[in-house]
Write a new protein. Structure first.
Length: 258
């Protein structure tokens, strides 16, 4: 499924307008405005403490805005497929791969007390979709980091057909597993039309696939626009110089084609 070249208002899935987010201890983000269209691949970047995690929680409905608004159109916060960062305890979770993936269907149960045929078929389909059907009976805790991320992505896909929210999906993965996961996410976006919002510190690789960039700072939004515009912008050049000056395909914010 090809991405739309000319997005319209009707394509907007999420619109944040003048968003103010924070906790009892104070405001974290203010004046945040951006829109996510169907088919976008939005990379959310920023320094530690810039509010990326808080924005994720707000999109998931876990933090209520102090001001402004988040408007969902054609998708709800319960229909977001979420791939979180894992803790050490979660990586050692005592369940089978199939059980972990099936748990992604929980929001679709409604009042039903048990998973039905539709949920089991969805879990099996997503295991096959990500090439891990042969791992269905394996213990989740025995898998490699890359395999665990594929399992969690399959679980996220059980929750959505429209929108994935990925929080540092390649953190702590080796280079091969990282490249494999990025290629998989790119395929889901470009070939299957799934909208992707990804928080990443791996700016250089993330920009290779992203269509848009949202950079947060302690003042709110430092940049929002296309990935091409970000690479050429002063904001992008500064951030890329600091974050990935050693990456061979980016030099001081200018993308070098292979």
């Amino acid at each position: 499924m090809a991405l739309k070249e000319n997005a319209t208002e009707n394509d907007i899935l999420i619109r944040c307008k003048d968003l103010v987010l924070g906790y009892e201890t104070g405001v974290v983000l203010t004046g945040v405005s951006f829109a996510v269209h169907a088919g976008d691949y939005l990379c959310i970047v920023g320094e530690n403490g810039s509010g990326k995690s808080t924005l994720i929680k707000a999109l998931l409905g876990l933090v209520q805005p102090r001001g402004g608004e988040i408007v969902f159109s054609g998708v709800s916060s319960r229909e977001i497929g979420y791939l979180p960062q894992q803790t050490a305890l979660q990586k050692d979770f005592p369940a089978s791969v199939y059980e972990v993936v099936l748990s992604g269907c929980a929001n679709g149960l409604g009042r039903a007390p048990f998973y039905g045929k539709a949920q089991h078929a969805r879990a099996a389909a997503n295991l096959a979709r990500l090439g891990i059907a042969d791992l269905a009976k394996a213990s989740y805790r025995t898998l490699s980091g890359g395999q665990q991320q594929r399992v969690l992505l399959a679980r996220a896909l059980c929750a959505t057909t429209k929108l994935l929210l990925l929080d540092e999906p390649v953190a702590a993965l080796d280079p091969i597993a990282t490249n494999d996961l990025y290629a998989l996410i790119q395929r889901l976006n470009r070939e299957e039309g799934i909208t992707v919002l990804m928080v990443s510190h791996d700016v250089s690789c993330a920009l290779h696939d992203a269509t848009h960039v949202l950079q947060l700072s302690e003042r709110g939004v430092a940049f929002f626009g296309t990935a091409a515009a970000y690479r050429k912008s002063p904001t992008g050049a500064r951030f890329l110089r600091c974050a990935c000056a050693d990456y061979p395909r980016i030099q001081f914010g200018v993308w070098e084609e292979e």
